[in-house]
Design a protein around this ligand. Structure first.
Ligand code: ATP
Length: 615
């Protein structure tokens, strides 16, 4: 986006100098419009057969729409007694009425069947897209989520599938009817009397000319509007997400300013675009307004009748047709607009469907990978980058089964990144990570997460009951097992004190402190009892009294001879490294030293950790 200041031209051609806004790249808006159309066509491919059937039915319904007019002319002639004797006229009136009602109903039925087919197709597509989106999101590496604004994800998953619905369910039927029906009606009107036919469309060139003028660059402008709306939505999400921090530091005005500016920019853009357009389009609607059409068709039509160039019985249907045609243009204009909106929506859905996937070689979701030996962990020449920034740089590390390794190092040295690679939040760019000698890429996801448990800095307590939160990875856990895990994590008393105990819904019935959330996350890991455990400063939020107890519980768990664990702790304090088997020091994404606590005790960073704690 560049920030050129542009001036808007009003309908009178004057320049309004105060109408300034940030202008997204016009070329990119045009490309976005094109790409959106392509993405939409690609998305609806799975329902192309259903849409073709809906279009054919809509075509039949549109052709049938001429029927009632033919019957109307017949009826008018019969009523005006142009058909001959009295008796035969009565019969003709009845037949004409039967035909009129019959064709009207037949047309309506075919139209409704066409709409039903397109709605079924839409339901099928929605289901398919939501399933695909859910599947892609579940296989996306965590790094993708941290790069992507949550507002964008929500928009793609919820709003965009709804916008595509509006077009898929209605456009094929309504646009076919809107094109075929006026053509069929006009053909009939011209067949009745070509001069009345011309009257029926005589004001259309004025309307179409003005409309064409207002619709110039519509595709790009709609794409630009979508970009700007996305920006408004993203700044809103950003503002709401960070509101507590922003308020705490008294920066509400500053943070709000970004959202405020985005909405103001949108407001200016929309006014500058739609103001002149609406004025011209209002003028164009005069040309097809009912009063003008009635005046032209009935007025000039009467003159044609008087001069003997037309019959009175033909004038009523031709005037009705003239009044019906503008409706078709309105439908087409609305459909074109919806199609452009759906194009942008399709592009976002397409982007979600294109997100990189964590590769999955193993076929069975539950089985252990073949060739697994023990629970040792190996990082083999592992590198990982966030964009151009290398966070982990050719790291090789062996974690002996049943031992505890502490990762220490300055902030930003790559500890969390290395640890989360073991939980397969992303795959390494280079090298590989093995558990029991098997590359993580060959582990079925379900099996992997029954082998690797983690407690991260952000404990991620979900808006579920305490029971479901603790038993997240072990749905069949008994209450007894859950309480046992809560006891070991030193949080059982607090949960017992809640009015609904294990059934308390987090975030609805209660809010827990950071330390309590952390201990719940530890209970979750304890319950899962995985042979490999990652702790990212698991005691960071714990209050001093419970910290020692949590450490004891964890150490008992780690050194349990029945369930030996391979543990990787990201440590920021001496308490976390005191009893470990191995200390690994990281600096700038590389391992600078490793060994037992005694072996690394002279390392400056190790000493700094102890000194920091006693300060
Ligand atoms: N999602 C991300 N996107 C881009 N860069 C990131 C992301 N996460 C981490 N980084 C960068 O990667 C580097 C390593 O970060 P990492 O969080 O692994 O370090 P750390 O040693 O765990 O730090 P800390 O002790 O502060 O948690 C840092 O320079 C950080 O800025």
């Amino acid at each position: 986006m560049n920030s050129d200041t542009i001036q808007s031209t009003t309908s009178t051609g004057s320049i309004s100098p105060d109408t300034t806004y940030d202008e997204p790249d016009v070329v990119s808006s045009r490309e976005k419009d094109k790409a959106g159309r392509k993405a939409f066509q690609r998305l609806i491919r799975p329902i192309s057969l259903e849409l073709a059937i809906a279009r054919i039915l809509a075509f039949i319904s549109a052709v049938l729409s001429v029927g009632p007019y033919i019957a109307l002319v017949w009826l008018a002639k019969a009523l005006l007694g142009q058909g001959g004797a009295q008796g035969s006229n009565e019969g003709e009136v009845k037949s004409a009425l039967t035909l009129l009602i019959g064709l009207f109903v037949a047309r309506l039925v075919v139209y409704l069947v066409a709409l039903t087919v397109s709605h079924f197709a839409d339901v099928k597509l929605r289901h398919l897209l939501q399933r695909q989106i859910a599947q892609r999101l579940s296989q996306a590496p965590l790094s993708w989520f941290s790069r992507t604004n949550s507002g964008q994800v929500r928009k793609a998953v919820q709003d965009d599938t709804a916008e595509i619905h509006a077009v898929v369910a209605h456009a094929p039927v309504d646009s076919t009817v809107a094109i075929v029906s006026p053509l069929a009606l006009l053909a009939y009107v011209f067949y009745l009397n070509w001069m009345l036919g011309i009257l029926a469309i005589i004001t259309l060139p004025v309307y179409l000319g003005l409309m064409a003028f207002t619709m110039r660059g519509m595709g790009e402008k709609t794409a630009e509007m979508d970009t700007r709306l996305g920006h408004v939505s993203a700044t809103m999400v950003e503002f709401v997400t960070g509101i507590s921090v922003v308020k705490a530091f008294g920066q509400t005005g500053k943070a709000h300013a970004r959202y405020d500016r985005a909405t103001k920019d949108f407001h200016k853009f929309y006014l500058a675009w739609c103001g002149p357009m609406l004025r011209i389009s209002a003028m164009s609607y005069v040309a097809i307004s009912t009063s003008v059409l009635v005046l032209v068709n009935l007025g000039l039509g009467s003159l044609l009748i008087r001069s003997g160039h037309a019959q009175a019985t033909d004038l009523i249907p031709t005037t009705i047709v003239a009044l019906a045609i503008p409706q078709a243009f309105e439908t087409l204009a609305n459909m074109a607009w919806s199609l452009q909106i759906a194009g942008s929506a399709a592009l976002r859905v397409q982007n979600i469907l294109n997100i990189p996937q964590i590769s999955q070689d193993a076929a069975s979701a539950a089985a252990l990978p073949e060739g697994i030996k023990g629970q040792s962990v190996d990082f083999v020449d592992v590198s990982y980058s966030y964009g151009a920034h290398k966070a982990v740089d050719h790291v090789s590390l062996h974690l002996e089964a049943g031992t505890t390794t502490a990762l220490i190092g300055p902030s930003g040295s790559g500890k969390t990144t290395l640890a989360t690679l073991l939980a397969r939040f992303s795959d390494p760019d280079e090298g590989c990570i093995r558990i029991g000698g098997v590359d993580l890429r060959h582990w079925p996801a379900e099996t992997l997460y029954r082998h690797v448990g983690f407690v991260l800095q952000d404990p991620q307590i979900l808006s579920l009951s305490i029971r479901d939160n603790v038993a997240l990875g072990k749905e069949d856990a008994s209450d007894e097992e859950i309480w046992q895990a809560l006891e070991s994590a030193q949080v059982a008393d607090e949960i017992r004190a809640l009015a609904h105990g294990l059934d308390t819904i987090y975030g609805v019935d209660t809010h827990l402190s950071g330390g309590q959330c952390q201990r719940l996350a530890i209970a979750r890991a304890l319950l899962l009892n995985t042979p490999v455990l990652i702790l990212d400063e698991a005691t960071a939020f714990a209050d001093p009294e419970s910290e020692a107890q949590i450490q004891q519980a964890l150490s008992a768990l780690v050194h349990n001879p029945q369930h030996p664990k391979t543990v990787l702790v990201i440590a920021h304090r001496p308490a976390s490294v005191r009893h470990v088997d191995q200390v690994v020091i990281m600096e700038n994404g590389k391992i600078s030293a490793k060994g037992t606590p005694q072996e690394v005790s002279e390392e400056p960073l190790y000493m700094a950790l102890w000194e920091g704690s006693t300060r």
